[in-house]
Design a protein around this ligand. Sequence first.
Ligand code: 2BA
Length: 109
Amino acid sequence: MKLIIAIVQDEDSGKLINELMKNKFGVTKLASTGGFLKSGNTTLIVGAQKEKVDEAIEIIRKMCKSRKTVTTPTTPTTWSSGIYTPYPIEVQVGGATIFVIDVEKNEKL
Ligand code: 2BA
């Protein structure tokens, strides 16, 4: 068994969960916050048989869109004369960041 951890944008999470559930995946949704943008995103955990992992990833790929956003970093990226100048930058937020990890044991009690 594998555990898929998928960090997705809030806008995509509802439809993604519906599609995963429709395809018989078990899903848990967690509210999360991105370290860079410091804004909300959604982390989904999906326990799946090894042979179903690619199917789950394909569903995530289909349902999640990459988007651009503008942010002003709170940590320095540009310095002028030793003074930190906050500067808006455009960042591309990916459709999903996915980790797949081995599950040693899974029990439902
Ligand atoms: P955030 O950390 O809020 O990052 C949002 C987007 O900002 C990132 O999109 C990336 O394009 C950009 N970004 C991140 N750090 C940056 C930096 N130091 N300088 C310039 N731009 C930067 P994604 O890479 O698609 O990541 C989307 C979200 O996925 C992240 O939100 C974070 O919550 C999660 N994530 C990404 N990589 C991760 C990792 N290796 N481990 C854990 N979570 C991760």
